[in-house]
Write a protein that binds this ligand. Structure first.
Ligand code: HGY
Ligand code: MN
Ligand code: MN
Length: 408
């Protein structure tokens, strides 16, 4: 059985590998802190007896070889990067639990037919580069040419960031889309409260909500705050109007269907006594149904046209990332549900409101996701927590499901 204390200690150690910030853990991809986190994961993988490699995109793979080199592989893992001021379970718990499962399988003396690989993935969060970029590179969705096109929030290209991280700036061997993989399984915090509220041990995820991010730039004219309201071209007020009308519209008309979040807003020149000439802000749409994204796009376009007229400003919008709602594979879900039953654990099927690397790997492999309870649903917050017993249940289920799938 999994060792909860060991996993809790490993996650606690990861929590300290962070930029010095106000609170929580901040480990953005391809930064010195990320390098320390990746080296720590490599050390844990070596200690667990896995063969370790880091690929040309910075994904860290731990291999437990199977007995039959022709048998399809089994892969489990999650992301190692965080948002700013984060907790230390989001993504990381999926790596640590997969590693614990690999260790248990190895120590059982009963080898699998297929290779079992544990993976730690960069750039899942959109805190630096567009979200899911690491898994898009591994799935062959992003190609070499994209390395000069994809930029982080400061305008650094992927290739520049990879080179400064010590990688080759090429993608040799990164694309794994042509390999025979029986399943990719990702364990993750629920980032909601259903499991904890209902006293359920583990979640089996059926559908993962889509995640649609836009960057909106409003351009007006800087002038003195004494400028009459009807004369000014106030980019700041125009931006606030778009955000407040959009959020009211979603709150009223998309209950239980979609959400919208404005997490970032920046005014230029950013002085108390200067009407902003430019406002740049983010829009994050989530929904389980792509139709809602299309409707909200139409609403946003109308709202922008009205605000341009009413506020005498110009508005541009740019898609930062767009991943549609993604279903998991029923056969993998069945293996997870059967595995939980075999372990005497209570499980339930539920959707994921958050986005995950699994959405990208679902394009090339059969996929499944395991949720463990998030205490009071906190996530993207230093208050994120789960009882170590949940980590053990999760690792046990990964090992059990891997055995079931390997035997099929
Ligand atoms: O934003 C998300 O849904 C996830 O935390 N990356
Ligand atoms: Mn997250
Ligand atoms: Mn995550």
């Amino acid at each position: 059985m999994a060792n909860a204390e060991r996993m809790e200690a490993q996650l606690k150690a990861l929590s300290l590998i962070s930029e010095q910030g106000e609170e929580g853990t901040t480990r953005l991809s391809y930064t010195p802190e990320y390098r320390k986190g990746a080296d720590y994961i490599k050390k844990l993988m070596e200690e667990a007896g896995l063969t370790v490699r880091e690929d040309a995109a910075g994904l860290v793979w731990g291999l437990l070889p199977g007995t039959d080199p022709d048998a399809p592989k089994l892969i489990s893992g999650s992301h190692l990067d965080t948002v700013r001021c984060s907790g230390f379970y989001d993504g990381q718990a999926g790596i640590i639990c997969a590693l614990e499962a690999a260790r248990m399988i190895k120590e059982s003396g009963k080898p699998l037919k297929g290779d079992f690989e544990v993976v730690a993935i960069p750039m899942e969060e959109g805190a630096r580069f567009p979200n899911l970029t690491g898994s898009k590179l591994a799935a062959g969705v992003l190609k070499e040419a994209d390395l000069d096109l994809v930029k982080d929030t400061e305008g650094t290209t992927l290739r520049e960031a990879m080179l400064s991280y010590g990688l080759t700036g090429k993608l040799d061997g990164v694309d794994r889309s042509k390999e025979k993989v029986k399943a990719f399984i990702e364990l993750h915090m629920e980032q909601g409260t259903l499991l904890e509220d209902e006293g359920i041990d583990l979640g089996v995820v059926d559908g993962i909500f889509g995640c649609y991010w836009k960057t909106i730039t409003v351009r007006g004219e800087v002038s003195h705050p004494s400028t009459p309201m009807a004369k000014r071209k106030d980019a700041g007020l125009a931006a606030c109007r778009i955000v407040s009308d959009l959020s009211e519209h979603v709150a009223k008309n998309y209950v239980g269907k979609a959400t919208v979040t404005c997490g970032k807003m920046d005014f230029h020149p950013g002085e108390i006594n200067a009407i902003p000439s430019r406002a740049v802000f983010s829009v994050d749409f989530r929904s389980g149904d792509k139709k809602n994204f299309d409707e909200l796009d139409a609403y946003l376009a109308e709202k922008i046209a009205q605000v341009e007229k009413d506020y005498r400003v110009k508005v541009e919008q740019e898609v930062f990332s767009n991943t549609p709602p993604t279903p998991n594979t029923p056969a993998i879900m069945n293996a997870l549900t059967t595995g939980a039953k075999n372990l005497g654990l209570k499980s339930a099927v539920l959707p994921s409101g958050a986005g995950h690397d699994t959405m990208i790997f679902a394009k090339i492999w059969p996929t499944g996701m395991i949720f463990i309870p998030s205490h009071e649903g906190y996530t993207h917050s230093p208050r994120e927590y789960t009882d170590p017993r949940n980590l053990a249940n999760g690792a046990d289920l990964i090992a059990e499901a891997i055995r079931i799938l390997d035997a099929q």
